[in-house]
Design a protein around this ligand. Structure first.
Ligand SMILES: C[S@@+](CC[C@H](N)C(=O)[O-])C[C@H]1O[C@@H](n2cnc3c(N)ncnc32)[C@H](O)[C@@H]1O
Length: 292
């Protein structure tokens, strides 16, 4: 039975579908990101960008693993308040996510006036191998470095793509606070799973080792995993697929593995009345690259 288990990455369409219903059902991510964009991105990050552009010059943004674009669009609208012309290069391997991002940009065309998108359906490693040497004023990897071949190397690659005076933003689960992270770290991993169990301490270590200063902003977040404990819930089953990173986990995992996972889920979550909630806090690590 267990040999039939496959990582979510083997089915990009399924990955896109499960991620979307997961976010819609159990994690009001886009609300969290909207308040983060006001409180942190708009107030603490955008004003620190030390870039002076000519009248017709575009501010260059590189997004890595942008998904369906909701978070990017929120950041772009904040950036537009300072930089009226933006070139937004999106590196995202999932075709379905790019299609959703394009549709979102179209539906928000009035808010994104001045933004020119440049789509690259690639992984970061494919993008790097293609050898484009363009530098950017703002580079971000929001919840995506879990999926790259070598997070430390990719982090430095991205750092080197930032123009002097520009900003690198990486968000990942909080090493110290996230129950989601601790739940995943102990799961028996699939050989074919590309997911890396990294969190913000790994990013801090990489930067500390190289003496690169950074700022850090903590973001509280919760996910409601109550439905995962309901054996008849379709949404609960999909949420388990995202949490374990396994396609149709409840249909393909052995009874022993399912019991182990449910026990871990109970261990790394908290009962709140009739709900079961997981702490899903994440941190933004931000490097403000000095002027040369
Ligand atoms: C958890 S989602 C985050 C999406 C988006 N940044 C957000 O927070 O709304 C991770 C994204 O990384 C993308 N991804 C997966 N492997 C990748 C890779 N090797 N390089 C770049 N992006 C990747 C996935 O397709 C997915 O869209």
């Amino acid at each position: 039975m267990a040999s039939k288990m496959r990582s979510l990455f083997h089915d990009p369409d399924y990955y896109v579908k499960t991620f979307h219903s997961y976010y819609a059902d159990i994690y009001n991510k886009f609300d969290v990101h909207a308040s983060w964009a006001d409180r942190v991105f708009g107030e603490k990050i955008v004003p620190q960008i030390r870039v002076t552009l000519g009248e017709k010059e575009e501010f260059r943004v590189l997004g890595i693993g942008s998904g369906s674009g909701e978070t990017d669009v929120i950041m772009l609208t904040k950036l537009l308040q300072r930089f009226p012309l933006i070139n937004n290069r999106v590196v995202e391997p999932a075709e379905g996510h790019i299609a959703m991002y394009k549709a979102l940009v179209q539906s928000k065309a009035h808010e994104l006036h001045g933004v020119n998108c440049d789509w690259r359906q690639q992984t970061i490693d494919q993008y790097e191998k293609a050898g484009d040497l363009t530098k950017f004023h703002f580079v971000h990897a929001v919840q995506s470095l879990y999926y790259v071949e070598d997070p430390d190397r990719s982090l430095m690659y991205l750092y080197n793509l930032v123009e002097p005076g520009g900003v690198l933003l990486v968000t990942l689960s909080s090493s110290e606070k996230s129950q989601t992270h601790r739940f995943r770290v102990g799961l028996p991993s699939l050989q074919d799973d590309l997911f890396k169990h990294i969190a913000t301490a790994n990013i801090r270590d990489s930067l500390d080792r190289r003496g690169i200063p950074y700022a850090e902003y903590a973001q509280p977040s919760r996910i409601d995993v109550t439905k995962c404990f309901d054996p008849s819930s379709e949404e609960g089953a999909q949420a388990l697929d995202v949490l374990t990173h396994i396609i149709k986990f409840k249909e393909t995992a052995s009874a022993e593995l399912q019991a182990e996972v449910m026990q871990r889920l109970a261990e790394f979550s908290d009962k709140r009345g009739n709900k079961v909630v997981m702490i899903n806090d994440w941190d933004a690590v931000v490097v403000f690259k000095p002027m040369e």
